[in-house]
Write a protein that binds this ligand. Structure first.
Ligand code: KG4
Ligand code: ZN
Length: 332
């Protein structure tokens, strides 16, 4: 079965062809970083306009690379939320159109469910597992008992970790997206140079990053001479410490020693290394997707879409995108 996945939830236009939910035949991601760079963040209106221009070429490219035509496609899987509403609208309208014209079944995929499914393109973790989705828009922990069975056990109460990375990078005068830049700059800094606050929401698996972001801003205003490398490394160390502590808390509270990481921030080199060491120490089975599967892509949407297809969970043509779309179990 060949699934065409489409994702336009944020600022990347992505399409992929995936076989049986596991094997990537082709995956195309057209980044809009150059457009948004000069604003230090995503400009939603510019993102949706660019999706309109790119959606056909990106889907055509994914099909050409896979050497397939519409007749070969079993189903079309499209992200219908959460994300930027104008961006989502382009992907959903496009997917509905090609589904209708070519009479190909349509399935809707929650973007967070897509991130969690990225790992199935490379590995086969047993259920249950703890899933951390840590990206520019989300920082959430789930207990996953089966395909489609999700229990949220923690979430950010304010900013997402990736958002904090992007905002700190902006205030330090780095480019966009900030995460990969801070990742590299931090290699030259001292992570213990500045003791930034770590929100300690005792007894909970929730996160909070807005206080940390403000603390970095206040520190930089007070100490304009501070080394950017040290500020970056210390900020990153605070984020990573919180992420690892909450994952450990979730492992303990759920009694599940299996963890899957996903989302753009899980591409962070220091986080991967430290989480890896912690997993060995605590006897946790850790699953880390390759870097290109951590950040937004459509292969993960096709992988999740395949499960919906096999469960007969089809979308109708009244499908609409939703900016806010919590990940809930298929049963409700
Ligand atoms: O998953 P993603 O591509 O899109 C969303 O669904 O949000 O995540 C993008 C986020 C951005 O905030 C970006 O700065 C961050 O992931 N990111 C990183 C790294 N690569 C991407 N953060 C830290 N270290 C990285 N290496
Ligand atoms: Zn994402």
């Amino acid at each position: 079965m060949l699934i065409l996945g489409i994702d336009t939830s944020c600022d990347d236009t992505a399409a992929a062809i995936v076989e049986d939910g596991r094997k990537i035949i082709s995956s195309v991601v057209s980044s809009q970083d150059d457009i948004h760079k000069k604003y230090g963040g995503i400009v939603p209106e510019l993102a949706s306009r660019r999706h309109i221009e790119l959606i056909w070429p990106v889907v055509t490219e994914a099909m050409a690379r896979a050497n397939v035509i519409f007749d070969d496609i079993t189903a079309i899987a499209v992200t219908n939320g959460p994300g930027l509403i104008g961006s989502l609208l382009i992907g959903v309208c496009f997917a509905k159109s090609i589904s209708f014209v070519n009479q190909i079944p349509l399935v809707a995929v929650n973007h967070l469910e897509g991130h969690i499914h990225a790992i199935f393109l490379e590995a086969s973790p047993d259920f249950p597992f703890i899933a951390l989705v840590v990206s520019g828009g989300h920082t959430s922990l789930y207990r996953v008992d089966a395909f489609g069975a999700y229990k949220e056990i923690g979430r950010t109460r304010d900013d997402a970790a990736g958002e904090a990375y992007d905002k700190v990078a902006k205030l330090l005068g780095f480019g966009y997206p900030g995460g990969p830049i801070i990742d590299i700059i931090s290699l030259k800094g001292d992570p213990q140079a500045i003791n930034f606050p770590k929100a300690n929401l005792t007894g909970s698996c929730d996160f909070s990053f807005s206080g940390l972001k403000t603390a970095v801003l206040n520190y930089v205003r007070k100490h304009p001479e501070a080394s950017k490398e040290d500020v970056s490394a210390s900020f990153q160390s605070a984020v990573i410490e919180v992420l690892i502590e909450r994952v450990s808390e979730a492992v303990k509270s759920e009694g599940v020693k299996r963890v899957v990481l996903s989302g753009g921030v899980s591409a962070n080199s220091a986080f991967r290394e430290k989480m890896g060491r912690r997993a060995i120490k605590d006897g946790i089975e850790l699953f880390l997707p390759s870097l290109y599967l951590c950040t937004d892509n459509a292969a993960m949407i096709a992988a999740a879409g395949y499960r919906h297809f096999t469960q007969g969970n089809f979308a109708k043509y009244d499908l609409n995108p939703k900016a806010y779309l919590p990940l809930v179990s298929a049963a409700g």
